[in-house]
Design a protein around this ligand. Sequence first.
Ligand SMILES: *Cc1c(COP(=O)(O)O)cnc(C)c1O
Length: 513
Amino acid sequence: MSQSKPTYRSTRSSDTNENISFESAIMKGLAKDGGLFIPSFIPTISSEDLQKWSKLSFQELAFEIMKLYISEEDIPSDKLSEIISRSYSTFRSEKVTPLVKDLESNIHVLELFHGPTYAFKDVALQFVGNLFEYFLNKHNSANPSDVKKLTIVGATSGDTGSAAIYGLRGKENIRVFILYPNGRISSIQEEQMTTIQDKNVQTLSVTGTFDNCQDIVKEIFGDEEFNRKYNLGAVNSINWARILAQITYYFYSYFQITNQTPGAKVKFVVPSGNFGDILAGYFAAKMGMPVEKLVIATNENDILDRFLKSENGEYARSNDVKATLSPAMDILISSNFERLLWFLAYEQLAGKDSDKAGEILNNWFKDLKTTGKFEAGSSVVKAASELFDSESVQDLEILQTIAKVYQNSQNPTKYIVDPHTAVGMKATYNQVAKDGKAAGFQYICLSTAHPAKFADAVNKSLESFEGYSFDKDVLPEELRKLASLPKKLKFVSRADIKLVKEAIDEEIVVMEQ
Ligand SMILES: *Cc1c(COP(=O)(O)O)cnc(C)c1O
C-alpha cells in the first residue's frame, strides 16, 4: 500500500504558517516565522519493507527513503533516482558511507568522510546542490520569461564552506560566495575552498574574525534591495533536505550489523553540534528502524548534555562559545534541536495538535531569546530520554582518545580518528563501561571527518608513538596536492558590509560574462 506524502510546516505557529510542498520547503530553507520546516507526519515502514531494504545499496536505500517524503509533483521518481546517483558518484567509496566493522570487539565506526571535502557534510550537500539546480531549472523551463538565479552567500569557520562550494560548483543558475576570516582557518581548509576554479564560485578572504564574517552575512540577508537583486539563499544546517539525505546512512549501517547478527541491539553514538546529524537518526527510528539508543556526544559546548540530564528539561545557553579541538561542534545552541522539541511538545504537551505545538515552541524560543533559557518540563525530557542518552567530552579526553583508539584498534590496527570522531569514541567507551559486556549491545560510532583535516590535534596526540608519521599514515595524496594548485580568492581589506557587497557586485559581472 502506498502512503500519502507529507507536506511541510513550520515548527512555530503564526498566521503565515501553512502546509507547503517539499520544493518550497527546500528553496525557502527557513520559515517566515523563524521556525524550521518539518514534515506534517513521519512516514513509517512495515517489517516486510525493513526486510527488503536490508539488501539494498546505499543509493537504492536513499531512493526508497526519499520517495516517502517527496511527491511525484516535486520530483518524478526517475529524476529523483538520477539525482541520487549523481550526488553520490563523487564519493571515493563504492559504499558511500562504509562501516568499519569490529574496529574493537563490539564497536563499529561509520565513516561519513568519503565525499569530496573529507567531512560528513558532503553526504547532505552533494545532494542539496543538485536539488537546488533541479528546482531552478524546473521553474525556469516553465517560466522562460522569468529566469530565476540563486546567489548563495555564507560565512564559514572551516568545514561548511568547503562542503557548500563542492556541492554547488559548476551548477547552472547558482552563484556561490563564501566569506572566511583571513589567516584564521586551517591551511587545508583554505586550500580546499580557494583551489576551486569554477566560474560560479568565489571565496572572499576577509580581514577579521569568523563572527565578523557571520555578522556581515546576516546584514546582507537583511538588505532587502540586495536580496531582491540577487535572490539570496543560504546553505546552513537548517535546510530540511540535509536531514533527509542523512537518514540513509543510519538504515544502511544498521543493516550491515543486523544482516550479520539478526536481532542485534544497536546504539548509535553521534558527535553533535547543531543536532542535524543525530536528528536524522531520530527520523530513522520513528520510521521504524529498531534502535536501542541514540547517544548525543558533545564537546565542552554541552547544552544538549545539560538539557538531557536536567529534571525539568532546562535548555539554557551559556555565555560564551568555548573554542575546542573539535571546532565544528562549537555552538551555543543547537539549531536543529528545535525540530525534535516540536515532536516532543506535539506528543507530550499539545494533545497532538500541530498548531498548539507551534505555539508552545513560539513561547520557548521567545524566552530563549530574551532570558537565554526555557524549561520544556519533565515529561518532555523524560520522553527524550527514552530514545536519547548523552555524554560530554573534554579537550584532554579528545587527545587521550585519539591515542587510545590508535593503540586499541584491531581491524584495522592503528586506526586514526579526527578530534570530532574522538568525541564520539570517548562517549562510546563511556557507554560500554556503563552498559557492561553482558548487555550485548553493538555500538556504531559516526565518524564525521577525515583526520587529515585536523592535523594539529592528531599530531599532538600521536607524535610520541614510534613509527607514527602524519605524511605517511594520515595525509591522502589528493589533499597533499592542493598546496601546489593555483588559488582563486578575493581579499576584502576590512570587515565591512559595503566592501563585501562591492566585491559580490564586481564578481557577479564577471560570472555573467
Ligand atoms: C558539522 C560537523 C559536526 C556536527 O554535526 P551537527 O549536525 O551540527 O550536529 C561534527 N563533526 C564535523 C566534522 C562536522 O563538520
